[in-house]
Design a binder for this molecule. Structure first.
Ligand code: ZN
Length: 141
């Protein structure tokens, strides 16, 4: 996996939990997401105050679940205020640090800009990207 963001907070596991876990909806493995990152992307984080447990991000395009807890709690796409290309929103973003749409991402100059910025550690994927991980990982190929 790409580690372009320098292995910051996003890579650190909270609660010493396993770094991946099967999504309760689709069964595919999701990777841990920092709790604070999840709160930044929920529509009403105060209303779905998460339990003190590790949370994971499901990056499956078809799966309606975005976040899930180790107790099986699932948080659906509709509960997020962030739209994501990777979760099938056509108007969602590919890069959250620089607001790159699917259309922008097709421009090689834009991709080069992002690669240069991530290399210079000018990105903020650990909070701005709902997955808590580098946006380049989810760039349209
Ligand atoms: Zn899933």
């Amino acid at each position: 996996m790409s580690d372009c963001c320098g292995g910051g907070n996003a890579q650190k596991t909270e609660h010493n939990a396993p770094t991946k876990r099967a999504c309760p909806s689709c069964g595919k493995d999701g990777l841990t997401v920092p709790f604070a990152t999840m709160l930044h992307h929920l529509k009403t984080p105060w209303a779905n105050l998460a339990k003190d447990q590790p949370y994971y991000f499901c990056d499956d395009l078809e799966c309606e679940t975005v976040y899930f807890g180790s107790d099986g709690t699932a948080i659906a796409k509709e509960e997020l205020r962030t739209k994501m290309l990777v979760k099938g929103d056509a108007d969602g973003l590919a890069c959250f640090c620089y607001g790159v749409s699917a259309e922008d991402a097709a421009d090689p100059a834009v991709k080069a800009f992002i690669m240069a910025q991530t290399k210079a550690k000018n990105c903020a994927c650990d909070r701005r990207n709902p997955s808590g991980r580098c946006c380049l990982k989810y760039f349209p190929k």
